[in-house]
Design a protein. Sequence first.
Length: 201
Amino acid sequence: MRVWFLSAGLALMCMAQNAAAGTVLIVGDSISAAFGLDTRQGWVALLEKRLKEQGFNDQVVNASVSGDTSAGGQARLPALLAEHKPQVVILELGGNDGLRGQPPQQLQQNLASMIDSAQAGGAKVLLLGMQLPPNYGVRYTQAFAQVYGQLASDKKVALVPFFLDGIGGHPELMQADGLHPAAAAQGKLLENVWPTLKPLL
């Protein structure tokens, strides 16, 4: 009888762990796709390791595509939501919109649509904010940066105000192109995300 109770208890524990397991879907661009690096060095791979170390059973699906824009992410998201049914969606998009000089209003509309879609599917959303170099002009860079804070406020979603905080402007943490974080910066990217992501898991 004691063995039966022990076996039943272990089975219930396993069922509870499986029920608690969820999916974290990351929809981003080259920064989350670990452009120029071995993907095992990227911040997403480090996140997977962190989750296991801290006892989380969540699966990470990295649907990031180098060069992607918010429009591209918006187009891809419905199929990703249908396939993976995530509990958390991390949106890391907008940098390429800004580098191409696309209107901040369009960026805001695209991200808002993505947030709405994710929330309609029952997912929590984490928005990773981006900023542009000052050479794009004060008016444009300010309007661009404000998109993320405004969306977080309007849609009631979690926000990392600047994903590259502590990395941008530090040549030793950037690749030779000056746009993509180097391997040495990937741990910092994770640390920028983790305190805001953890409560959503």
